[in-house]
Design a protein around this ligand. Structure first.
Ligand SMILES: [Zn+2]
Length: 482
């Protein structure tokens, strides 16, 4: 007994030693950059964003407001007419467009910056709750109000403003720059980004990196880190909707079996919810930990630096909250249910619709198999259209990531940069075939409560934040093409 106690004590000492060693030896992955003087931004940039917001280029399910898009085309073409002398412009499916800014050195692979020009509608009920009209483009107290100021006209116009600043300076890019704006991102993007990506593919054009919206700079994004965190999306989750059906004999409700089809389906749903799909800390989520851990305060730093020991505890913690649970597993959401025709008739069928967001590393077939295991053989599973696995995971070692990281640190010196996984779908997935790496980052500076403004009520941006976005694209273009 005494011996075991002694060995136990030494074991504990070694364990503490290993934990401390791992904690203290994690080196910061943040890069140090020189102090770069801030460029002046044109005073009228905010007015141009406001003018764009006033043209309600709304994507409704299944259709877009074409008249608004015609007007918006005219607006862009006149507000940035001077760019047309240097940049080659091509319209695609009338309302999408891409520009090519030809570089000096054809041996260097071009880069592609993308954004979208459509915005989501405002529900009738929510309209009353807006402090300013969603398409007013009102400029007041340092804010520009309305749809598109965060998602995603801010990015499109921000890029054009940055290009204009560079042209004014006489900058001539070493590397060719492409810029592409889709017009239907909010309704799946097939006619905009989908069509443009196809054109690039047919022309044999491939990009060193693509940058799209997706993640942002968020205050209090991670526990143990006080300052703002800039999250660069290395990948986005996949999408799958399954229909679960329980079917069998109907009949009169006076002599029912122990379980009707509704009961059988309910049990299947309960099993599915009680047994989440497997969790895994890998890919972008693992990289997030590796970048974040050295910046964290004790004791979180120790926990995060010793995944080999604490992985189980961390997974348990992350699983508790919807937002963090989504970073480690394919999520399961039962969204619709249908059955029954009359109060005294046993239903012959009961169906549930379940939406999954697939994590990198799992396929559509994996998910179907895992779901079948959970709901049992008597439930029929049907795949609905539109299922796709997660995107490829882009590299955090590649030029694209490095240059985005450096540009963030130069423009926002207090920001900690970390790779991450995007939960939503963006236009960028269309460009996977024509790019080595695809990143998802737009430097919106968000407080936690600002997240709800995106697709929500009171979408707005502070003018000085918009100016910072322009400065970010300006530096990114300069860093990528000098
Ligand atoms: Zn968007």
């Amino acid at each position: 007994m005494k011996k075991i106690g002694k060995y136990g004590f030494y074991g504990l000492l070694i364990l503490i030693g290993v934990l401390m060693y791992n904690t203290l030896s994690t080196r910061s992955k943040q890069i140090t950059v020189e102090n770069i003087p801030e460029i002046a931004v044109d005073n009228n940039a905010a007015k141009r964003l406001s003018a764009s917001v006033k043209i309600a280029t709304v994507s409704h399910p299944g259709k877009i407001d074409t008249f608004a898009f015609v007007q918006h085309n005219r607006f862009l073409d006149s507000a940035y007419a001077d760019l047309d002398t240097l940049l080659n412009k091509t319209y695609v499916n009338k309302y999408s467009r891409y520009y090519r800014w030809h570089g000096k050195n054809d041996l260097l692979k071009p880069i592609l910056l993308i954004a979208h020009l459509d915005v989501v509608p405002v529900e009738g009920k929510a309209l009353k709750e807006w402090s300013e009209g969603p398409y007013s483009g009102k400029i007041q107290d340092n804010f520009i109000w309305g749809r598109g100021t965060m998602d995603d006209k801010v990015s499109a116009l921000g890029i054009l403003e940055a290009v204009r600043e560079l042209i004014k300076e006489g900058h001539y890019p070493e590397r060719t720059v492409y810029i592409a704006f889709g017009h239907d991102e909010e309704i799946l993007g097939a006619n905009g980004a989908g069509a443009m990506a196809k054109i690039f593919k047919e022309k044999g054009i491939t990009f060193d990196y693509v940058l799209d919206e997706g993640l942002a700079i968020v205050e209090k994004a991670l526990p143990g880190i006080n300052g703002p965190v800039g999250l660069i999306g290395l990948a986005e989750k996949g999408y799958l909707t399954l229909k679960l059906t329980a079917s069998g004999a109907g009949g009169h409700s006076s002599m029912p079996p122990k379980h009707t089809n509704i009961g059988i389906l309910s049990e299947a749903i309960k099993n599915l919810e009680d047994n989440p799909l497997p969790s895994d800390i890998s890919g972008p989520t693992k990289e997030l930990f590796e970048y974040a851990a050295p910046e964290m305060s004790f004791p979180l730093k120790m926990v995060m630096s010793n995944l080999w020991l604490f992985e189980g505890i961390i997974k348990g913690q992350l699983s508790n909250k919807g937002t963090t649970n989504a970073t480690i597993r394919t999520t399961t959401a039962v969204t619709m249910i249908e059955s029954g025709v009359a109060e005294n008739v046993l239903p012959t069928e009961a169906t549930a619709t379940v939406n999954f967001r697939i994590r990198p590393g799992e396929s559509v077939d994996d998910v179907v198999r895992l779901v079948q295991d959970r709901v049992g053989e008597h439930i029929k599973i049907t795949k609905l259209e539109g299922g796709r696995p997660a995107s490829k995971v882009s590299s955090s070692e590649a030029f694209g990531f490095q240059v985005i990281q450096r540009t963030i640190r130069e423009t926002f010196p207090e920001v900690i940069v970390v790779p991450s996984l995007v939960m939503a779908a963006t236009d960028s997935r269309f460009y996977e075939d024509v790019a080595e790496n695809v990143y998802r980052f737009l430097p919106l500076q968000l407080a936690p409560e600002d997240m709800e403004r995106i697709h929500g009520i009171d979408e707005r941006i502070a003018i000085d934040h918009y100016n910072q976005i322009i400065r970010f694209y300006y530096r990114l273009l300069k860093n990528s093409t000098t």
